[in-house]
Design a protein around this ligand. Structure first.
Ligand code: HC1
Ligand code: SF4
Length: 570
């Protein structure tokens, strides 16, 4: 332990502690902009400058450690002036049109410059202008980039994709796609982690809310919405709703108020995925000698994109089951169009997802199974649906909860936990156990694949057969796992991978909580919902039983193959 004084207060801190952490431990807040604990501690923005007695130069609090006897000031006149000047210099190269920025009201730079009372911009310079293909699901606005390097670090260190790099020099320095490529030529997985870690509005998703409003305004169009599992754990965050109020049913009420006609639950088709993928896995196990293991889950389109570009020879190990989003779209434009007795062309199928890669997945040419255009016409992120709610001046906290429509609005707790890392595996094992033994396991029997660890493994006994499973989230972890498989260091039968750390609950389309990782808290909400659900098994979902009885026949049937499976090689 070392003893220091911060702003006149004696503080004890461990030897390896940064000044920033030592101050925080004493309740003294030092503003930061580029800092991300453990990931970006490079002091690029120079906002966390502090003064140390006896040292002439101001130093960054994030990049310097405490030492015995240090006398530190975080708010001396020199510090205040330098901090202010540094923020003014950052603003000099930043497009400050806050009113038209996706991050307005949720921007670290905006609040910082407000807090510092910066009311003039003394150092304005020309904004860099660069071309960007705005039809790509991920958009960079160079004029808003503050070169904090967070996107570079997240993409390199967490996702191991190295898509971003520093470009140009001097005052023209910026961050751009590495190796002089266009974004659409890169291997970007569209995980969106660079967006959720950007402190300003330099990165965002393509906005598709105008398409949704256009569908709502067309009297001939029937809008059918599906809400993804992880959205229910996060949608209220950026609307200021407490967790208890931000329920799925209150989101249903808000969407109905916007004017969406039928509102369903992706947990229904998560259950359908379990039936198909679980049956596929069991069929592979029965034919073990002729199959390649492990089988990989295929519901995360960021992971599917990753595998296609990084390990194309392993794409055939993906389950052929489509993701719940796409199964839902295919069922909507076939079975549900029949139930409504309308032409599928009249249906606009809209999904609300915690994810950007889902926008690209929905646009794949193979995802037009019903022959009525894309099975999912519009994909909106959680952030976009929140924006639509705000645009309509709806205050969900004032609305009573409303039920999902039927029959595609019923999902089990097993479907709900799809939104957390390990959830797909756990849900699949619950039903696989039933399909093999004819009996339900304890609903929590496979809970050992829960938790936020990036790479988890378990050996599960199903009627005397040991099934080796693994679960990874975050693409850096996915790469380590795949490399270990290829080297023969590990052997698994079934592997779940989600591109985003923590799974969909930490998805790149979720509300942005500056500097905070919310995936774990959101996952707890999902496990809580599963725990209190009257329905814990996908195979017991009455709507699933109905859709097989009336339309699909049985898992892996001819029609199920046509609608619910794909080769993933588009
Ligand atoms: Fe996900 Fe999925 S869980 S991919 O993480 O399999 O996006 O929430 O909707 O499709 O169900 C996302 C979440 C989501 C699909 C399901
Ligand atoms: Fe990297 Fe993901 Fe951002 Fe693409 S979306 S640049 S893979 S962090």
């Amino acid at each position: 332990m070392v003893n220091v004084t911060i702003n006149g207060t004696p503080v004890q801190a461990g030897e390896d502690t940064t000044i920033l952490e030592a101050a925080a431990s004493a309740g003294i807040h030092i503003p930061t902009l580029c800092y991300l604990k453990g990931l970006n501690e490079i002091g690029a923005c120079r906002v966390c400058l502090v003064e140390i007695e006896g040292i002439e130069k101001l130093v960054t609090a994030c990049g310097n450690k405490v030492a015995e006897g240090m006398v530190i000031s975080t708010n001396s006149p020199r510090v205040r002036e330098a901090r202010r000047t540094n923020v003014e210099l950052i603003l000099s190269q930043h497009d400050c049109y806050c009113a038209s920025c996706a991050r307005s009201g949720n921007c670290n730079l905006q609040s910082l410059s407000n807090d510092l009372g910066i009311l003039d911009l003394p150092y304005r310079r020309e904004m860099p202008v660069s071309e960007w293909n705005k039809s790509f699901p991920l958009i960079r606005d160079f004029s808003k980039c503050i070169k904090c390097m967070r996107c570079v670090q997240v993409c390199d260190k967490i996702q191991d994709m190295n898509i971003w790099d520093i470009a140009n020099t001097g005052s023209r320095t910026t961050v751009d796609v590495s190796q002089n490529r266009k974004m659409e030529e890169s291997d970007c997985t569209l995980c969106g982690q660079c967006i959720t870690h950007c402190p300003v509005g330099a990165l965002r998703e393509r906005d598709d809310t105008d398409k949704a409003f256009a569908a709502l305004a067309d009297p001939d169009t029937i809008t059918v919405v599906q809400i993804a599992p992880a959205v229910r754990a996060a949608w209220g965050e950026s609307l200021g709703l407490p967790r208890e109020q931000a329920t799925a049913k209150r989101l249903v009420a808000a969407l109905r108020k916007i004017g969406f006609r039928y509102i369903f639950d992706t947990t229904f088709s998560a259950d359908l995925t379990i039936m198909e993928e679980g049956s596929e896995f069991l069929a592979k196990l029965r034919n073990r000698e002729n199959e390649t293991f492990p089988m990989f889950t295929s519901c995360c389109p960021g992971w599917v994109r990753f595998l296609k570009s990084q390990y194309p020879d392993m794409v055939r190990q993906l389950s052929t089951a489509k993701s719940p989003q796409q199964m839902f779209g295919a069922i909507t434009k076939s079975y549900y169009a029949k139930l409504l007795d309308v032409e599928p062309e009249r249906i606009c199928s809209i999904s609300v997802m915690p994810c950007l890669a889902k926008k690209q997945e929905a646009a794949l040419p193979t995802m037009d199974t019903a022959g009525a255009g894309p099975d999912v016409d519009i994909v909106l992120t959680t952030r976009e649906i929140d924006r639509m709610i705000r645009a309509e001046d709806i205050h969900p906290g004032e609305l009573p909860e409303e039920e999902f429509d039927q029959p595609l609005g019923v999902g089990s707790g097993a479907g709900v936990i799809f939104g957390a890392t390990g959830g797909v595996m756990e849900a699949a094992l619950r039903s696989a156990y039933y399909l093999v033994t004819g009996k339900n396991p304890e609903p929590d029997a496979f809970g050992n694949v829960r938790g936020m660890d990036g790479w988890k493994e378990a050996a599960i006994d199903i009627a005397g057969t040991t099934v080796r499973v693994a679960v990874a989230s975050g693409l850096g972890n996915a790469r380590r796992l795949v490399e270990a498989l290829r080297k023969g260091d590990v052997q698994y039968d079934f592997v779940e991978i989600m591109a985003c750390p923590g799974g969909c609950s930490g998805g790149g389309g979720q509300p942005i909580a500056e500097g905070e990782e919310r995936a774990g808290v959101r996952a707890e909400t999902l496990y809580g919902l599963d725990n209190i659900s009257a329905l814990r098994f996908s195979h017991e979902n009455p709507s699933i039983v109905q859709v097989y009885r009336d339309y699909l026949d049985k898992p892996l049937s001819h029609r199920a193959h046509e609608l619910l499976h794909t080769a993933h090689d588009a």
